[in-house]
Design a protein around this ligand. Structure first.
Ligand SMILES: Cc1cc2nc3c(=O)[nH]c(=O)nc-3n(C[C@H](O)[C@H](O)[C@H](O)COP(=O)(O)OP(=O)(O)OC[C@H]3O[C@@H](n4cnc5c(N)ncnc54)[C@H](O)[C@@H]3O)c2cc1C
Length: 358
């Protein structure tokens, strides 16, 4: 099948660029290796519950997030969660105002509702991992795909005039590993990006537990923890307390390739119990996830990484800056703008207008 543009990755960067280009009239396909949209803005189903596995909340900071939040609030996709911050400080949980004041918003149905909103009306091929990109003699890209899970009838190859790779940079390196004629400097810039990993535990507890007076606590790195959140405080219909615990980067690095991920999760709960609430070490249910690429630790200094050699190609994502989701949105927009300038130079609508029309 042939498209104008193939976007690899249905995270917020990929969805933003795809929406922008599709509205401008391009024929766009998004290829995603998992079964849903949103990428690291992820929600995991556990028995009788949905927990936020990745991005925890949205804040009204930056240029694009306030625009997106206004629309998501109007559509009732998100609501205010908290405007205070708690952090662990040696012996104490300190309540500190968010400076500058920046309320935190969550999606009551799970943070992946945000990706679902941004992906409305988009052609997404799920369970397809992009494995190889090659230029062809007729000036189109040939993209080879691998089937990750059965149940999707999408094709396993496609051609496109332009490609946007909207994945963490190390995953873009894998896809472009054997692509001929890409400038060496482009490859080096991509390879220089680094990520910190994170291990995340989702833990459910009996309903008779006494809940704390905070909804989340931030931790300094020497505690093995990064963040502990009372996920069930995000859900109006939660029957039992559910906590999400994110590890520090150092803890994740030392357990990343363990065969016993559950044991790493239990260690995280033990740490959380020793600081916060003793009963956190005894969950009724535990699920543990490893994020190999969680947070950018060494970023690229421009909004995206682009080349027209041998054919239009742009890599984008949260690694093009330090503001996580805000950077992903900005980077996706920048990718769309560059690809448009290399193709038909259509009029691109302001992103607020694009999002409003979803
Ligand atoms: C635990 C955790 C907590 C976080 N908390 C926050 C927070 O509170 N606030 C905040 O702003 N940010 C937070 N972040 C970071 C935020 O989630 C990311 O910055 C943002 O979602 C990145 O979006 P992206 O589109 O650049 O990449 P991603 O979301 O990673 O999207 C990339 C997509 O590409 C797909 N993909 C990868 N390789 C391939 C391939 N070969 N073929 C096809 N598809 C592929 C992936 O499956 C994924 O869907 C958190 C991240 C983690 C892990």
């Amino acid at each position: 099948m042939t498209f104008d543009i193939a976007v690899i990755g249905a995270g917020l960067a990929g969805l933003t660029s795809a929406a922008q280009l599709q509205q401008a009239g391009y024929d766009v396909v998004v290829v995603e290796k998992s079964r849903g949209v949103g990428g690291r803005v992820a929600t995991r189903r556990i028995p009788g519950y949905r927990a936020d596995l990745g991005a925890r909340y949205l804040e009204e900071t930056g240029r694009l997030l306030p625009l997106l939040l206004e629309i998501l609030r109007d559509r009732q996709v998100v609501r205010l969660w908290t405007d205070t911050r708690h952090r662990w400080d040696s012996e104490l949980i300190l309540e500190t105002p968010l400076e500058p004041p920046s309320p935190r918003y969550i999606a009551p149905d799970g943070m992946n509702a945000i990706g679902k909103f941004l992906g409305r009306g988009m052609r997404v091929w799920f369970s397809r991992r992009a494995v190889r990109l090659a230029p062809q003699a007729d000036d189109t890209w040939h993209l080879s795909l691998e089937t990750v899970a059965e149940g999707s009838n999408a094709a396993i190859e496609l051609t496109a005039k332009a490609v946007i790779v909207a994945t963490p940079a190390p995953q873009a390196v894998e896809i472009l590993g054997n692509t001929a004629q890409i400038p060496e400097e482009f490859r080096q810039n991509l390879t220089a990006v680094e990520y910190d990993p994170c291990i995340t535990a989702i833990a459910k507890y009996p309903s008779d537990r006494q809940l704390p007076d905070w909804v989340s606590v931030d931790f300094p790195p020497d505690t093995d923890l990064l963040w502990v959140g009372l996920d069930s405080s995000k859900r109006p219909d939660a029957q039992q307390p559910v906590f999400v615990v994110h590890s520090s980067a150092d803890f994740a690095r030392s357990h990343l390739d363990t065969a016993n991920l559950e044991s790493a999760g239990r260690q995280l709960l033990d740490r959380a119990a020793s600081y916060l609430l003793p009963w956190l070490s005894e969950p009724k249910f535990l699920q543990v996830h490893r994020w190999r690429y969680a947070f950018t630790s060494k970023s690229w200094y421009r909004d995206c990484l682009a080349t027209a050699t041998p054919l239009p190609l742009v890599c984008c994502g949260d690694w093009c800056g330090t503001q996580q989701i805000e950077t992903a949105l900005r980077s996706g927009l920048a990718a769309a703008s560059i690809i448009n300038s290399q193709l038909q130079q259509e009029v691109l609508n302001p992103i607020r207008q694009v999002w409003r029309s979803l």
